[in-house]
Design a protein around this ligand. Structure first.
Ligand code: HEC
Length: 199
């Protein structure tokens, strides 16, 4: 509370009107977002350090460092929620906006790209080939039986647990007859190694 009053007095010093001062001193449980001119120069710089995600996996992250004010909280994208931790993890490759807010409610944002790391691995290449030959006739863009479209390679990675259950453990896929052991092993070996794009 003392802090908020101090902030408002600072704003007042920079020639804000009495109305602005009154609005600013109105107290509620959430920190208000102050207008940009009241926040000018408050957050000096945001430095983001993204770590790439493997293609089709959500193992990327963004580390955030800020200088120029105090009591920062951090939010990922406009729909996110402010949090105390300055790192976001479990991110897929793609474009993000990092928002930072200081204790006075001054907010700033920067665009960050989480890249895609690594190249396709030999075990996943073998699984992709197997799925193309054995599964794609019934699991493709036009015909996604059981909600599975394996024409999109990320779907093979995301659905690997179900692929293992149906094609390896139960042997109930392909619907036309179970895979030979050597082909079940291709799937198991890839999943045991990590089941990612780069394995
Ligand atoms: C001849 C057609 C056909 C082929 C070939 C085929 N499937 Fe299926 N698949 C289906 C049908 C129909 C369903 C939906 C009914 C069901 O779940 O049994 C299905 C559903 C699935 C599901 C989703 C249901 C669940 O249990 O989560 C998975 C996973 C799956 N198949 C994996 C595979 C894999 C892996 C292969 C190749 C090794 C394969 N399928 C080959 C016809 C096929």
């Amino acid at each position: 509370m003392n802090k908020r009053i101090t902030n408002c007095l600072n704003i007042f010093t920079f020639s804000f009107t009495v109305i602005a001062f009154a609005a600013c001193s109105k107290s509620d449980s959430s920190t208000p977002i102050l207008p940009p001119d009241a926040c000018a120069g408050k957050i000096i710089s945001i430095t983001t350090t993204p770590e790439a995600a493997k293609h089709c996996s959500s193992d990327g992250s963004i580390d955030i460092a800020v200088t120029g004010s105090t009591n920062f909280t951090y939010k990922l994208n406009s729909g996110g929620t402010y949090q105390a931790a300055s790192k976001f993890t479990d991110l897929a490759e793609g474009a993000y906006t990092v928002f930072v807010k200081d204790g006075a409610g001054c907010e700033k944002s920067v665009a960050v790209t989480v890249g895609s790391g690594g190249t396709i691995g030999p075990l996943f290449t073998a699984v992709k080939d197997l799925v193309t030959t054995r599964c794609k006739s019934c699991h493709n863009n036009a015909l996604a039986n059981g909600g599975m479209n394996f024409e999109i390679e990320c779907n093979i990675i995301k659905s690997k647990a179900r692929i293992k259950v149906r094609a390896v453990d139960e042997g109930t896929m392909p619907q036309t007859g179970a895979l030979p052991q050597s082909e079940k092993d291709v799937i198991s070996t890839w999943i045991t190694a990590g089941g990612t794009f780069t394995n």
